[in-house]
Design a protein around this ligand. Sequence first.
Ligand SMILES: O=C(O)C1=C[C@@H](OP(=O)(O)O)[C@@H](O)[C@H](O)C1
Ligand SMILES: C=C(OP(=O)(O)O)C(=O)O
Length: 436
Amino acid sequence: MGTVGNLTATRAPQPWTAPKATDPVAATLRLPGSKSLTARALVLSALAGGPSTLTRPLRARDTELMAGGLRAMGAHVSTSDDQQWLVRPHRLVGPAHVDVGLAGTVMRFVPPAAGLAEGRITFDGDPQARSRPLGPLIGALRSLGVRIDAPGSGSLPLAVLGSGRVTGGEVVIDASASSQLVSGLLLAAPRFDRGVVVRHVGPPVPSAPHLRMTTRMLRAAGAAVDDTTPDVWVVEPGPLTGRGWEIEPDLSGAVPFFAAALVTGGQVTLGGWPHSSAQPVDRLRELLHAMGGEVAVTTDGLTVRGTGRLHGLDADLSDVSELTPVLTALAVLADSPSRFTGVAHIRGHETDRLSALAREFTAIGANVTELVDGLEIRPQPLRGGAFGTYHDHRMAHAAAVAGLVVDGIEVDDIGCTAKTMPDFAALWSAMVTGSS
Ligand SMILES: O=C(O)C1=C[C@@H](OP(=O)(O)O)[C@@H](O)[C@H](O)C1
Ligand SMILES: C=C(OP(=O)(O)O)C(=O)O
């Protein structure tokens, strides 16, 4: 295990030996709600004109921090019922402090909303959060009329000195480091005096499906949004309405479980899957199909079946970059090489994922080479050993997938999966032992 950056543990790391599968997995799972849908629903609800509910939200570190941040600024957010959270908007006021943890959603979605608060709202998070890109958002907010104190200029910590209103208008931003820089601006924009016109200039913006999720949810909350011109998003000023949000199961969180179906030649069904999804299920279907799996939506849910074959592939993963760690785990176990590109920006995710994946998989015998914007993987036999997570939940998922077929993969800190799925280890073990 290595270290990346200046890490300070906030809780005792919990080592975990990834369970090996003795049989093909066969499971029907109920997994928690989508992080991305829950985060957006919380922000839109806090900025709405009336109360909202979130049904089957994700309760995990990232979404608890989002609820906590909005609450600290004055919104009434009740999360006591696991099945339904209630948000009653209230005038947003400082002084308040928002702990962003390591959540990109909190650090990029809440500062634009804080511009609408009256008073000083401070933001900071885990040590690793200070290396995640924030500069373009700080610059954009300043040019939209928000006063910000940011000693690091491009990173946390920062303070938003809200005046209770944001002028808004036209802004140019380089959002190649994260789609969240745009999503954050758009989510608060209906409440800006002049709305917003966001124009991206720079290398491509990643994660297009997450931007479509943002515009879709804004429209569902009553906002007028035009995203017909590539790299330009227009949000008109106007009220947001409170409403009931049905949160879908988290597709990205389900992917390690689906990967288990491919690796073991088994079958995993994700129950509660909606007929029409805001998550990139078609892209996932293409990728898993190309790697040898079969994906079907039935009345039982979203089912992935392994065929006993696991192939490598060349793919641009920019649309689904958060899947890179688990797809890398599949690729190291495949029968042919893989090349993943288009994901330079994941060096700014929870950790530098390209470097962490190359280092940790190499340490257990794999041949994984870093590219500027991706990874090259040539399958060869693996061995057990320590696997470092760098506080990154998806590194832990990747290790768990490899551990299905490799004895003795020791994950240094399985607790980091609490970021998006506090029960990951228990759900995983239940699937592997056949008790789910
Ligand atoms: O808006 C969102 O909910 C997200 C957008 C994506 O961020 P990037 O565009 O930074 O990859 C994704 O990777 C992240 O997990 C969630
Ligand atoms: C990149 C991720 O998270 P965040 O929302 O913190 O950016 C992720 O969950 O893979």
